[in-house]
Design a binder for this molecule. Sequence first.
Ligand code: SF4
Length: 357
Amino acid sequence: MYRREQTKPVRVGDITIGGNDQVIIQSMTMTKTADVKGTVEQIHRLEDAGCQVVRVTVNTKEAAAAIKDIKRQIHIPLVADIHFDYRLALEAIENGIDKVRINPGNIGKRDRVEAVVKACKERGIPIRIGVNAGSLEKHILEKYGYPTAQGMLESAQHHVKILEDLDFDDIIISMKASDVPMAIDAYRLAAETFRYPLHLGITESGTLFSGTIKSSAGLGTLLSMGIGNTMRVSLSADPVEEIKVARELLKTFHIVSDAVTIVSCPTCGRIDIDLISIANEIEAYTQNIKAPIKVSVLGCAVNGPGEAREADIGIAGARGEGLLFRKGEVVRKIPEADLVTELKREIDMMAKRYQET
Ligand code: SF4
């Protein structure tokens, strides 16, 4: 089985997916793509949150026409999500899209597939084959009776062959299922079979709460196996939440390094400060800070500094005040009312020093 850096590098706009140890974070807008203003606003919010590639649905002529205007106003590569209609793919390509998600086996006659592949080749645009357990080809479902990981692999092989027969290999593959064990199996089989980069996702995973858990279980397992070159966490929520979850997941596996990690204690009867609100406030404050800083927020000074020896900076509560510490060493005492402000100031200073080096 490959590890993620052994895949073929595929260019998507100015980003490379595959061929390295990075995992590119994606999301998808929930606006009508033809609503250029609303779509661009949402993409800007996604960019600010750390989204590196964004996908829009291209389901109408108006949506395809909007690509040109959207592209002009955003700063990250744009992907067109297309089902069946090759004319929409051609128009999106004409309008400057950076990648197309389309399954060649679903386009219809060979000349239509050839037209899309030719347009992609001319402009250096990759194609993502999106296999989905919920929409496997009829002959595969008849063979197995229901969706299976093996069936998903055969579907991917079918679509890949169509592109390779046309001498096209700028391919990225996804193997999405909402059943987590099936998705893990399908991605594992894909990693054993293809050298193309894999786009990870647990589809229709659910709400912010349950979807975060399902996605973390599925994508976390795959990431820990070295599988996956780009990922989208799918949530029934504001897409900015998808980026937050994806970044946290990548931080957990040390794949994203320029991010703040928060360590906070589970609290117990020894607690001396309002730790839960402080931890939440610091987490929200550091969400977009691009620096590898580990921040510890602990409820008391009994085990506090010792428990957080690995943290770069932190606080531990004490009655009416808190201790500020660095690398487990107490630096000074701060009144409780000033704890959050002081901690933010220290984090800002550390981030600035990091960004200047
Ligand atoms: Fe309890 Fe203090 Fe440990 Fe937090 S740091 S769990 S308050 S002992």
